[in-house]
Design a protein around this ligand. Sequence first.
Ligand code: ATP
Ligand code: MG
Ligand code: MG
Ligand code: MG
Length: 468
Amino acid sequence: MKAAEIRSKWLAFFESKGHKIEPSSPLVPHNDPSLLWINAGMAPLKAYFDGRVIPENPRIANSQKCIRTNDIENVGKTRRHHTFFEMLGNFSIGDYFKEEAISWAWEFLTGPEWIGFDPEKLSVTVYPEDEEAYRFWNEKIGLPPERIVKLQDNFWDIGEGPCGPCTEIFYDRGDKYGDLSDPECTTGGENERFLEVWNLVFSQFNHNKDGSYTPLPNKNIDTGAGLERFASILQDVDSNFDTDLFMPLIERTSGIAGVKYKTNEDNDVALKVIADHIRTVAFSVGDGVLPSNEGRGYVIRRLLRRAVRYGKVLGIDRPFLWELTPTVGEIMGNYYPEVLEKREFIEKVIRTEEERFHETLSDGLTILADLCQKARAEGRTVISGPDAFKLYDTYGFPFDLTEDYATEQGMTVDREGFDSSMQEQRDRARAARQETDSMKVQGGPLAEYNEKSEFVGYEGLTAESRVL
Ligand code: ATP
Ligand code: MG
Ligand code: MG
Ligand code: MG
């Protein structure tokens, strides 16, 4: 089943249950200074959840573009994480609650006319004290106790405000993806066999100022399921990247690089990271974010540069990301016409930024060559931490490239000095930053975007990533 069909089925299913279908909101939050990016389907609907706005229909469903920069290190390493993904959601604003949410989730997942998963492969986690949810799964749905795992973590709470337990649904991908003798290989554990597909949050309490919990008069449902994860199961492929949402991008990139997917692990990671980042960059540019040195623009700049560096792992030494934009449009344009309508603009922004980065790299090399020469003239064999940091921070020249170049010149770089310059800069930035808070949505720690989006881009590349 193609991803587009899964998305349509989701919307049709919830429409048949009386939901109003909302289009995806842009990736940039509207009127919400607490959030850098829309990171869950519920994020653009917050005003309904906290009662500021009364929705026309208390039942809503959507497929929402999301960005989660905190998952960047997982991209290409796990089978299931992206920085940009689509979250399918259904929501109840003071209308239906646990029983319907659970039964409809089950009906959608196992109904042969919907996505028709084998019910035997599904298991769930519940909050240990949420006896209601346990009972619905056990008695109404008929899940045996061994497939209902109680997990203390299944509670959404940000201190003051609405909060409540959640239940998550997992699909068993089979022996190939994990060995049951591994204690982590269980529903809710850190493994890739039991794939988390859907999170159902039951917002039913208010966490009061004095620390007590009281039932909310209007209980809400907030759920989120990953379209790419559904697709990987329904297309019976190894990872989200092997679905029709990513393969055309991987094919295009491997064509440009002249490499073959699935012949070399480092190359595969690079192909996946590029396929991931180009979607994030293309969609955010389409939603009006331009590469810059701060905020969202900075995230985009760093993601793009990271993709360029991974391109170098594949031996691509020229601007190429912009050429992937039409492919993003072909895959996604049906539901998100903006990537088609703004294609030329997106291409131009990406191309200009790529060209600039290539210039940065060559300027950095010139500066670095001078530094090495000077050091040698002074009888030093070490490039100082502050010098390396200045190259990185002011000129955007990656640390590992500085290190590669130094090695070639028979020199070293003071890594500790670099790290402490970095730390000082972070401390300054942190002190300057205003603390903000945000209503928690699925994936709560995401609200801490300030911390997370401090970029990790230049670390974690392999030694082959040299450009010299
Ligand atoms: P995981 O444990 O796999 O990191 P999560 O618990 O952080 O997922 P939730 O915050 O519960 O995810 O989000 C709801 C759903 O959105 C998940 O069940 C999953 O299907 C999907 N999802 C979450 N994060 C990502 C991501 N980075 N890439 C793709 N899909 C995601
Ligand atoms: Mg999880
Ligand atoms: Mg989850
Ligand atoms: Mg997560």
